[in-house]
Design a protein around this ligand. Structure first.
Ligand SMILES: [Zn+2]
Length: 82
């Protein structure tokens, strides 16, 4: 039996920075540095601000909504109260 009861600390796999591919560093995880974190935020904002000035035809809208559906889904919080 192997009952020392000590929970084994899981070896955390180092994530790779999604921006540059370096190993992520703790205060900036999942990024390797603040630069990369800022860069990612910048990209995110640019995407958020990219609102089409001209409404595309219905077909295009349909395709777009399908494509973007996976993006910002909020977890449904159940406000049951008491
Ligand atoms: Zn990086």
């Amino acid at each position: 039996m192997n009952g020392d009861g000590k929970p084994r600390a899981k070896a955390r796999r180092r994530r790779a920075c999604p921006i540059c591919g370096k190993a992520a560093v703790e205060p900036h995880v999942p990024f390797c540095s603040r630069d990369c974190a800022d860069l990612d935020l910048g990209l995110w904002f640019r995407g958020a601000y990219r609102i089409p000035a001209v409404e595309p035809p219905d077909e295009a809208v349909d395709a777009m909504t399908e494509d973007e559906g996976a993006g910002g889904a909020e977890p449904g919080e159940d406000e049951g109260g008491e």
